[in-house]
Write a protein that binds this ligand. Structure first.
Ligand code: HEM
Length: 216
């Protein structure tokens, strides 16, 4: 009973602000590392390659937050705690924010805003093309993430549009897998987590079909 009240209080007052703090933390951490380097407090805070460190850090953060977004429904199904879905949109938006920063960091710090070079990269390296496709698919989801847009589109259309999260998550993980010669470590872990999360949905859908239809 006391546990239930505590959970309700947490859901009502703490869940949203704490999620926001957790989502902003990686950005604050990166900004702090840059500050240390630029002010000379710790010139080696990000190792020797600041540019690679920055866009790798942002890419890893984006993909992990994307996977957390996909974990919200399974957590709700397992725990039965429905209020957790109230933070799904802000987590998804944060994934887009970090993915966009990751692309900007690459394009700015690595390629000096040369779109010709980006185009060459995309043609020569399949994984860059996949990353770009994932980012492009994230745009309609980010743009329609407000309550006003849900109202305007209607819940059904909005839900259908948000199915894009599945292909885009597959593209993002494929982007991560194809950039390495030997698949192990983080890219492998991201692929396993995505497979489990998508597998959960397929299993839930399959169980829904097996259940006998309710008698009206
Ligand atoms: C225009 C879009 C994108 C471009 C140009 C791009 C480019 C890159 C590049 C050049 C790398 C480094 C590869 C290497 O060092 O071999 C990278 C790594 C990565 N990217 Fe992207 N990317 C894009 C979109 C995305 C998106 C949408 C996600 C995830 C949501 C993502 C997640 C990652 C991850 C996880 C890594 C590996 C980081 C690490 O090695 O620690 N990228 N990306």
């Amino acid at each position: 009973m006391a546990g239930n009240t505590a959970l309700r209080t947490f859901g009502k007052h703490w869940m949203k602000p704490l999620t926001l703090i957790a989502l902003v933390a990686p950005f604050a951490f990166l900004a702090w590392q840059w500050t240390q380097v630029l002010t000379g407090i710790n010139p080696r805070a990000m190792g020797t390659d600041l540019v690679a460190y920055t866009h790798h850090f942002l890419g890893d953060t984006a993909i992990r937050i994307l996977l957390v977004t996909l974990a919200v429904s399974p957590v709700r199904d397992i725990t039965g705690w429905a209020p957790i879905t109230l933070i799904r949109r802000r987590i998804g938006l944060a994934a887009f924010f970090y993915a966009a920063l990751h692309m900007i960091a690459y394009l700015w710090l690595d390629r000096g805003w040369d779109l010709g070079l980006l185009w060459e990269d995309m043609v020569l390296r399949t994984y860059i093309m996949l990353g770009m496709a994932a980012l492009v698919l994230m745009i309609p989801l980010a743009v329609t993430s407000t309550n006003g847009m849900i109202r305007r589109l209607g819940r059904k259309t909005w839900d259908r549009l948000h199915w894009l999260i599945y292909p885009l998550a597959i593209l993002a993980v494929a982007h991560n897998l194809l950039m390495v010669k030997i698949i192990y470590g983080d890219p492998l872990m991201h692929a396993i987590v995505l497979t489990v999360l998508l597998g959960w949905r397929v299993a839930r859908w399959g169980m829904g079909r097996l259940r006998p239809a309710a008698v009206a």
